[in-house]
Design a protein around this ligand. Structure first.
Ligand SMILES: Nc1ncnc2c1ncn2[C@@H]1O[C@H](COP(=O)(O)OP(=O)(O)O)[C@@H](O)[C@H]1O
Ligand SMILES: [Mg+2]
Length: 297
């Protein structure tokens, strides 16, 4: 097995549990990890990539992206273009640049899934307060989410028209896009399905934590996890979601609605602490195996 050089893109904290696990897995498999932040790399045209320590890193075999960080519109646009440039230069980016960007954006995700016939919640996306209110009036109970968010943070479940209206007004005044979604009736749990390389490697139920008024199941919010087998219908839904979104590895969030599986998002850089705990799988190792496989193409 030849030694390969793999970039690992982090932003704030290289000691983040998942990032550190991936770096260790790269080493354990006889390769060399190179953690960097996207702002640490400068691109030159034609295809050359220079690290801020002056080192030419254009010979990287692959890049594993965990986050592109926060920034201005300019910085985010640049960082996405940088990932695309790395790809153009023949460096395998995982998850692929476009897939990563799309999965970060709940709007673009649901559009692609709906087109492929996957059940997703009815959702309003727009910058117009009045039409958002009309949508909420029509749908009834809604969830207002940040367009780009994670760990269940910043979500508002609004069951009263007055609260819905106030929340949307503030979001609108802050210059944020309104993302308003029907609240799906579900049991006190939902499903996290982990797919790597087109295979379901494990799935778990995530339960709503025992906190008054809580309704989200995010493990970061204290939700309990329990390993489960998926029925063929749910497995097919998870696999199809990963395929449609072209994600080499992903954690798919699925709600058990009365009409069957309903996908709310697919994470392009999922964490797996709960899943590895309940399944005993070496998930970081499986992700790196997939990266090595993709780079062989
Ligand atoms: N439309 C919805 N109906 C019912 N519950 C929802 C809905 N959207 C989200 N949730 C709950 O909130 C959690 C977080 O939502 P999600 O869209 O996955 O955002 P995040 O990116 O913050 O994880 C989900 O795991 C689920 O438990
Ligand atoms: Mg989620």
């Amino acid at each position: 097995m030849s030694n390969r050089l793999f970039g690992v893109v982090y932003h704030e904290n290289v000691n983040n549990w998942a990032t550190a696990g991936l770096i260790e897995a790269i080493k354990a498999k006889g390769h060399t990890p190179m953690p960097f932040r996207l702002p640490d790399i400068a691109a030159q045209i034609p295809n050359k990539f220079i690290h801020l320590n002056e080192e030419d890193v254009s010979h990287m075999d692959g890049v594993l992206v965990r986050t592109i960080g926060f920034g201005t519109g300019d910085q985010i646009t640049y960082r996405i273009s940088l990932l695309e440039h790395l790809e153009d230069a023949g460096i395998y980016v995982m998850n692929p640049a476009y897939s990563f960007r799309r999965a970060k954006d709940k709007y673009a995700t649901l559009t692609a899934l709906n087109k492929a016939g996957i059940h997703v919640p009815r959702t309003y996306i727009g910058e117009n307060l009045e039409s958002a209110i009309n949508f909420a009036d029509e749908v009834g109970d809604v969830v207002i989410k940040p367009l780009i968010g994670a760990r269940g943070m910043g979500m508002i479940r609004a069951e009263h028209r007055e609260l819905t209206y106030r929340a949307m007004k503030f979001i609108h005044q802050l210059g944020q896009v309104l993302y308003v979604q029907e609240l799906i009736e579900k049991p006190d749990r939902d499903i996290r399905a982990f797919v790597i390389g087109g295979e379901l490697i494990g799935a778990m139920y995530r339960y709503v934590p025992d906190i008054e008024g809580e309704w989200r199941t995010n493990v970061h919010g204290g939700g309990e996890a329990e390993v489960t087998e998926l029925s063929p219908e749910y497995e097919e839904c998870a696999l199809k979601t990963a395929e449609v979104l072209n994600l080499d590895y992903t954690g798919v969030d699925i709600i058990e609605s009365k009409d069957g599986p309903c996908v709310i998002e697919a994470n392009a850089a999922p964490s797996w602490s709960a899943l590895s705990r309940v399944t005993g799988l070496d998930i970081a190792g499986l992700i790196i195996d997939q990266l090595v496989k993709q780079c062989k193409r």
